[in-house]
Design a protein around this ligand. Sequence first.
Ligand code: GAL
Length: 981
Amino acid sequence: MTRDPRSAVSFAYVVDPAPGVGARPPRTTADSDAPSLSLNGLWEFRLDQGPWTGLPVPAHWQLHGHGSPAYTNVSYPFPIEPPFVPDDNPTGEYRRTFELPADWRPVAADAEPATRSLLRFDGVDSCFAVSLNGTPLGHAKGSRLAHEFEVGALLRAGTNIVEVLVHQWSSGSYLEDQDMWWLSGIFRDVTLLARPEPALDDFFVHADWNHVTGSGTLAIETAGTGVRLSVPELGLHDVDPAGPHLIERVEAWSAESPRRYDAVLRTDRETVRLQIGFRSIAVVDGVLLVNGAPITLRGVNRHEWHPEHGRALDRATMLQDVLLMKRHHVNAVRTSHYPPHSAFLELCDEYGLWVVDECDLETHGFEQVGWRRNPSDDPRWEEAMLDRMRRTVERDKNHPSVLFWSLGNEAGTGRNLAAMAQWCRSRDPERPIHYEGDRDSGYVDVYSRMYANHAEVDAIGRREEPPTDDPALDAHRRAVPFVLCEYAHAMGNGPGGLSEYQRLIDTYPRVAGGFVWEWIDHGIARTTADGRRWYAYGGDFGEPLHDGNFIADGLVFPDRTPSPGLIEFAKVITPIRFDLDLTLNAISVTNRYDFRSLDHLAFAWSVARDGHQVASGTLDFPETVAGDTSTLVTEDLLSSVGEVGEDGEDNQDAAELWLTVTARLAQDQPWAEAGHEMAWAQFPLDAEGFTSRAAASTPAAATSASASSASSSASSPWPAGLRDAVTAARLHVWRAPTDNDRGGGTRSLANRWAQAGLHRMRHRTIDDSTESGVRTVRTRAAAAASDLGLLATYRWRETDGGLRLDLAVEPDGEPAHWGDLTLPRLGLHLALPASLTQVAWFGLGPGESYRDSRAAVRIGRWSLSVPELQTPYVRPQENGNRSAARWAELTGSDGHGLRLEGLPTFDFAARPWSDAALAAAPHPHELTPDGILHLHLDLAHDGLGTASCGPGALPEHRLRPSKAEFSLLFRPVVVTATPQE
Ligand code: GAL
């Protein structure tokens, strides 16, 4: 390839809106026995005419030391001047030689037909030109789309050389503004494919399932003649694929039971293996039906991401995603915002996930200029946009998992989108079309919104949303199902409010479900000089324009460790629900799957008294089909509770009894082993409820009731300095803002808290007096330059070897002056010795929880070290709160420490750095312990919400300044044995 300047002037095709030249029409992916040769591996590479070096394919050059990654969300990282891109356009030259296998016949021998050959690129970002043995084959755009070039006559027996010129920016970049790292190169497979004649280049499987009769109809459109079909299990042997073949009994494919039938399509010279899934999709009265039943999409948006390899994913990583999703009850994936590697869809077919397959299209950056010159409505871009849609549908049309086609994301509106929808509908009338940007739903068969708040979803569920301007469109929109294509922005600590969304999804048949934004944090792995791993986000590569950590908004951390958000989501969407009726002694299970029964589950119960299991058993529910509830009257359980009462050593009035019911996999599933916990619920076995009883109890009674048998406290002396540290406890109302607290621009909670000075409160002692053994300290906490304050009265008294604190707080100042300001938290900060390194507690755990994200935590005894109590969000922020602790013990290696008892409960967080340090550190590895254990004991918190993109916390989860009372007992403790069972 000649040395060319990088300027687009030299490469007219780079800025031509047209999709490319020379590529063959798109076709299905297929598992063919025709010879193929992977050209993955080490290629020669140079960037911008630099020195030649080696670069793996598939890979992004920025992740191999050439140039650097850059992140923007909406903003184009170049001037908006479609279709042009700057002269400074990083361009990589790739070349490799390969030996043609001896049995590959590029040229016709006497009696034998020549073998056509194709050079296939599954993904090149963003534009490339390719040549073989010096002859140009063509050029293409559409980074996440496959392109095949005919190479037959150019192939040589022996050594061949393929050369590819890849441009980082092109006209195609205007269509690929998908809120992700800008990363370039050949990042998916390159393959040489033999295409024997007659070949079976393309086929389209139509496998319909009749839910009334249980029959299937199979018809396969094929390109070419003489193609035969066999599906041995269905009794089809070498039949005409066109059929239609009516099969009296088949099992349907669904995400819950992904039943597929092995099939073979054969020509004289080629055999293609496929797996057929029968299913039907219909919309009836605005309700999405699959196989005749309404389905609920419990989905996630998935970008392809690996912290070291970017969007160059191997199958093992894809499988990891699928397994994690299945184990956490996720049943649907929106492939935001481009078709994924085909292997991912194969895994969705195999393991069972509904897929919204989205076209490689987003022009969001045009919104920043009022959508002026948006390609979506410019005829010069029609071919490019149609090409993208065709390449999406043609490649992926044979996946039973694909439920909807999506035209793309955030590309405004316009004639080209309408044309894409029209083409799509004519090519595949069986699948509904999705596109969120079409608010009036003129192009689509699904009404879609992103980040609609709970009230809007409720209105849509009730079919009472405001009408569109056009009555005909309005009628259409009201007749189609609704999905939240994005909701519950999983950035940092959160999302809050999932349970409330799920209630709406479960309530309204029109609401077919939603897709949390998003699956994974796209952090890029980095290592410190001393070997610690951290994850980079926007700005960490010196980008002049970037969107910071908005790229880290997933349910799993960059290394795919589930975040607390995923654990919460899994609990909220569990398709198995338990209920307890204490008056009838009845436990019931409700099957919230769409299709499958609960036969794959084994049920058990246990009762714990003050966190110690005292009885357990199994539950033998009868077969419970989808949608049904089964109830068991639980004699055993009742008698065990009775025994607890008789044999208990402690004060029975104060003991806490909890019933835990679980469902586990009874047998291995393809995605998890037998024993995997699928569902759980806890119920207090106490008619009055724990809180009311505990609140009424005297401090002494509460103390003896909750004392851990493994620790002694009453007679322990206070370790040096600890008592003073406790009595120095101060009111603390700020938290290191979460990403959600920072959402909403200048009106963000974080800004308003900062303006109110909540992070720099000063304390003034009003008086400090002791009377009848009660020391009363009255203070006013307020920020400089503010006349708003909080009056706090601390009442300390000795009690049974400990100290009891009763704290009363009340806002000072007219309520109107506080406006709608919330408090991040209301509690105490204690500066304790850092030698306290282990925390055991009885309360909700083991994970962190907040008032609008606490479905996933359960009552129990837990023990974690201080480091384990921290959640390493990619950008540090408030984290690690443990809720509703009845007691907690903080101990050092010598077993000595501090015991806290709630009257009745408290939230706590224990960390080796201050909130201020937590808020200031850009990355977790930049946080350094400051020699103190910062203990937060909180009465309440502001909710989390999802205002980083979407609504804030619901009103009932907001913490407004108001009168509050908070009581705690502090006592020294010596733990002589682990308090864990
Ligand atoms: C949406 C967009 C996503 C992502 C999200 C915020 O508007 O469709 O791609 O940017 O917001 O993280």
